[in-house]
Design a protein around this ligand. Structure first.
Ligand SMILES: [Fe+2]
Ligand SMILES: [Fe+2]
Length: 528
């Protein structure tokens, strides 16, 4: 095998999998993963096996887009049956742990009535021993708190669940990640290695720096067939855009959804990294356009469209640190982003509201994020102000303008904002869509529908602009770039969509108030 350097092609995709389901925060973090496996994924696969055709038809029905239906052809249902058997056999401890949580929460609801909690501990299921504390809030409402670092050391966290599939971008939308496990296919190179495997870092670094195939083969422990498959993902020359760096001033590029790349000649910052692999497309930025080295990646929150593991794994070895908001430490709905990333071999820096992180020639300040989490007590969420090249850029992500007063304080702390990026997915999914697996007490549909994952509407976005005193507004993070986000968000918009009408109303408000604005789609560049 050649010792000449080879370069990973820009159109290579990596899908990180756990028990064949797409890996994201809630399918990897131990407690949440156990509950998702037991209460959503396994029942979903069993439902499919009852009537595969119902699932297949529903998967193809546009009106049911984003629903939990397994999109696997019936001729492969035997493989799904084997997956179910393997999960029941190999993940018995996770399934048992999830049941124990449900039992313990029931016990706490019944027995923690404002009196001493000490007698409850011996009654907890034994698998929770050493991993939970029970506490009241000041209204005597009890809750269990998980000692989360230890859950990664317990038997419910196993890297045996992890594998990756490498393939070439086809341009065809992939199956929805929350519903459809990935079976093996001759079109993918499947490797049963953990996400933190050093060979993966070497592979992705080769996009810029190259690596001999023999070295990659050795590091990834490939057999002959796998090595041949890998060689098809590599090219003899790097495929990188000539203008991926700048030599003066500043630049911001919109890569789609919530992903922005901010650059000076000496530094680069990326927000909610999510980069297209469609290297031949001319209407979007792709891996070809990324700077070789990125000082900081800023993560705004833990939703699957903002902490995108497939892009983060693709950046391993070329990003200095990943900045993440601190969680509440142990709340069931609020897994730690820092623990998650560090167990996957990704370097994380945890920030609190108004913590600052400096980078060459600039500074990032973490600022509060309001709402958009179905009124659950999730703290692992942050907006950011990035000061660089004489500009102050507010990265608002999905934070809502539920209380505009916050933004007055933010302005007082970080100064006048020049450019504000605001998410306006203002008719978001209901509570149970993303958090259903974590609710051990039934919730009515009416209650779930009233609590959504919604960003700002027109009025709230206008209030944010007024309070920030920002001079430019850019609406982003709407999930409109279906080529990038379809398989992760399953959004669908048409001209009558409430969200798009709200964006138009906000654009009109901006024009009336002398604020420069745009509704971003696909790609955009600001240069000064
Ligand atoms: Fe979100
Ligand atoms: Fe989002």
């Amino acid at each position: 095998m050649s010792d000449e350097p080879r370069f990973l092609r820009p159109d290579v995709i990596i899908e990180p999998l756990v028990d064949r389901f797409y890996a994201w925060l809630h399918t990897v973090s131990p407690v949440q993963a156990a509950m998702n496996l037991a209460f959503v994924q396994l029942p979903l696969l069993e439902s499919y096996l009852q009537s595969p055709q119902v699932h297949i038809n529903a998967s193809r029905n546009p009106a049911l887009r984003g629903g939990l239906f397994v999109n696997i052809e019936e001729s492969r249902s035997e493989e799904v049956r084997e997956l179910v058997a393997a999960i029941k056999r190999d993940r018995a401890e996770m399934l048992n742990f999830a049941t124990a949580i449900a039992e313990a929460e029931d016990l706490v609801r019944q027995s923690a009535t404002g009196f001493d909690l000490t007698p409850l501990y011996p009654k907890l299921p034994s698998v929770l021993s050493g991993l939970v504390e029970i506490a009241y809030d000041t209204s005597n409402q009890p809750a269990m708190r998980y000692i989360e670092p230890l859950t990664y050391e317990s038997s419910i966290y196993t890297e045996d669940r992890q594998s990756v599939q490498l393939s070439l971008e086809t341009g065809i939308e992939r199956p929805f990640i929350l519903s459809t496990p990935r079976l093996n296919s001759p079109k993918v190179l499947e490797l049963g290695i953990p996400f933190r495997h050093p060979g993966l870092e070497e592979l992705f670094k080769s996009r810029v720096h190259g690596a001999p195939l023999s070295r990659l083969r050795q590091m990834l422990e490939l057999d002959d067939d796998e090595a041949a498959a890998l060689s098809r993902l590599m090219a003899p020359e790097p495929d990188l855009a000539a203008d991926r760096h700048i030599d003066n001033g500043g630049r911001v590029r919109y890569f789609g959804h919530a992903c922005l790349v901010m650059q000076t000649p000496e530094a680069a910052i990326i927000t909610d990294p999510w980069v297209s692999s469609q290297a031949s497309a001319t209407d979007r930025f792709t891996y070809r356009d990324l700077p070789d080295y990125i000082d900081l990646a800023l993560i705004t929150h833990g939703h699957q469209d903002h902490i995108v593991l497939e892009t983060l794994l693709s950046l391993r070895g070329r990003v200095g640190a990943i900045v993440v908001p601190r969680s509440s430490r142990g709340n069931l709905v609020d897994p730690s982003l820092a623990l998650y990333l560090s167990h996957l071999g990704l370097p994380a820096i945890e920030v609190d509201d108004f913590s600052a992180v400096e980078f060459p020639g600039g500074k990032v300040t973490a600022t509060p994020f309001l709402g958009e989490h179905a009124d659950l007590d999730v703290r692992a969420k942050s907006t950011y102000c990035v000061q660089f090249a004489d500009r102050n850029v507010f990265v608002g992500a999905d934070s809502s303008g539920i209380d505009p007063g916050l933004y007055t304080y933010i302005r007082n702390r970080v100064g006048q904002v020049d450019m504000a990026f605001l998410g306006m997915e203002c008719a978001g999914a209901p509570l149970t869509w993303l958090y259903g697996a974590l609710l051990t007490q039934p919730i009515t549909k009416k209650m779930s529908d009233s609590r959504t994952l919604s960003g700002s509407n027109a009025k709230q976005a206008a209030a944010i602009m007024t309070e920030l005193g920002a001079s430019e507004a850019y609406v982003y993070a709407m999930g409109e770039e279906t080529w990038l986000v379809g398989h992760v968000m399953a959004t669908s918009y048409n001209d009558d969509s409430y969200q798009l009408k709200q964006v138009d109303e906000f654009m009109t408000w901006c024009a009336d108030h002398g604020i420069k604005s745009d509704h971003l789609f696909g790609q955009h560049e600001w240069r000064w």
